[in-house]
Design a protein around this ligand. Structure first.
Ligand code: FPP
Length: 253
C-alpha cells in the first residue's frame, strides 16, 4: 500500500528514496515549472528572483532524475506565450538560461547528461541560441539522461510545423499515421512522457507537449517551482508507481 500524501511528507528524503521501486521508474518525466512569480511576490521580491531560485530547482530536479536513473527529462522553460511578458523579464530569463548552461556544462558532461532543445529556437536571442548550441555540442556524448529544454515552445505550433514538414516531404494522406507523424515532431526519437508534473497547483496543460502527453500520468503539486526539491520528485514518482496505467484498455500495460 502506498502511504498517503501526508505520510509521505513526514518521511525523510532517504526514506522516500527507499520507497521508490527502482524497477518501475518512469522513463521520461516532463515538467511544467510554474509559480516562480508567486514565489517572489510572497517575499516581496521582483519576479526575476523567483526565476533565479527556479534555476536552482532545475538543478535539483536533474540530480533527482540522475539518482533514480530516469533517462529523459523535459522542462517547459519558455513558452511561445511567454514572449508577451515585459521585455526586461524576458531578457533576464534568457540571461539566466545562458548562465545556467555555462555554469553547468562541466558537471553535465561528468554526469553523462546530454542537452537537447525543442521549440522555435530561431526566435531566441543570438547569444542564447549560441549557448544552447555550444552546450548541445559539448554534451553530445552524454548517454545517461537526455535533458530537453522547451524554449519558445508551443504544442500547437509544433503540430502545425510537423504537418507543414510532412506536406513539404510529400507524404501521401494514406501514409499519415501516429508513428509517422511522431517523426515530424520536435520530439522525434524521444519516447512520450510517462509522467507529467505541474507545480503551483494549476490544473492545465498550457500547450505543453499536447500530442505526446496523450497517455501520460499527470501529477499536480501545490508546491511552487522554486521550492521544488529532490524529495518532491521522489514523491511524484512514488505516486506514479501507485497508479495503474491502462492506455484506454482493460489491463495493465
Ligand atoms: C513559470 O513561473 C516559469 C517560467 C515562465 C519559466 C521557467 C524558468 C525557470 C525555472 C528559470 C530558469 C530556467 C532554467 C532552465 C535555468 P511564472 O513566472 O509563470 O510564475 P507565476 O505563474 O507564479 O507568475
Amino acid at each position: 500500500m502506498t502511504p498517503s500524501k501526508e505520510e509521505l511528507e513526514r518521511l525523510s528524503e532517504a526514506q522516500l528514496l527507499e520507497l521508490v521501486d527502482r524497477d518501475y521508474v518512469p522513463n521520461h518525466v516532463a515538467i511544467i515549472m510554474d509559480g516562480n512569480g508567486r514565489w517572489a511576490r510572497k517575499r516581496n521580491l521582483r519576479r526575476i528572483f523567483g526565476h533565479r531560485q527556479g534555476a536552482d530547482a532545475v538543478r535539483n530536479a536533474v540530480k533527482a532524475c540522475r539518482e533514480l536513473d530516469i533517462r529523459y527529462l523535459t522542462l517547459y522553460a519558455f513558452s511561445v506565450e511567454n514572449w508577451s511578458r515585459p521585455k526586461e523579464e524576458i531578457s533576464a530569463l534568457m540571461k539566466l538560461l545562458e548562465g545556467f548552461l555555462r555554469k553547468e556544462k562541466k558537471e553535465m558532461i561528468a554526469e553523462g547528461i546530454r542537452l537537447n532543445a525543442i521549440g522555435r529556437l530561431e526566435d531566441l536571442p543570438t547569444s542564447t541560441q549560441e549557448e544552447v548550441a555550444q552546450t548541445k555540442e559539448a554534451t553530445k556524448d552524454g548517454d545517461e539522461l537526455l535533458l530537453t529544454m522547451a524554449l519558445s515552445y508551443g504544442g500547437r505550433t509544433e503540430i502545425l510545423e510537423a504537418v507543414r514538414r510532412m506536406m513539404d516531404a510529400g507524404v501521401e494522406p494514406k501514409e499519415v499515421n501516429e508513428e509517422n507523424f511522431h517523426r515530424y515532431l520536435y520530439t522525434d526519437g524521444i519516447p512520450d512522457p510517462d509522467l507529467l508534473i505541474r507545480t503551483s497547483g494549476e490544473m492545465r496543460i498550457s500547450n505543453f507537449l499536447i500530442w505526446q502527453v496523450a497517455y501520460s500520468e499527470i501529477y499536480i503539486t501545490p508546491t511552487l517551482w522554486p521550492d521544488f526539491a529532490r524529495r518532491d520528485l521522489y514523491e511524484a514518482v512514488i505516486e506514479f508507481q501507485s497508479r495503474e496505467r491502462r492506455f484506454g484498455g482493460l489491463g495493465k500495460d
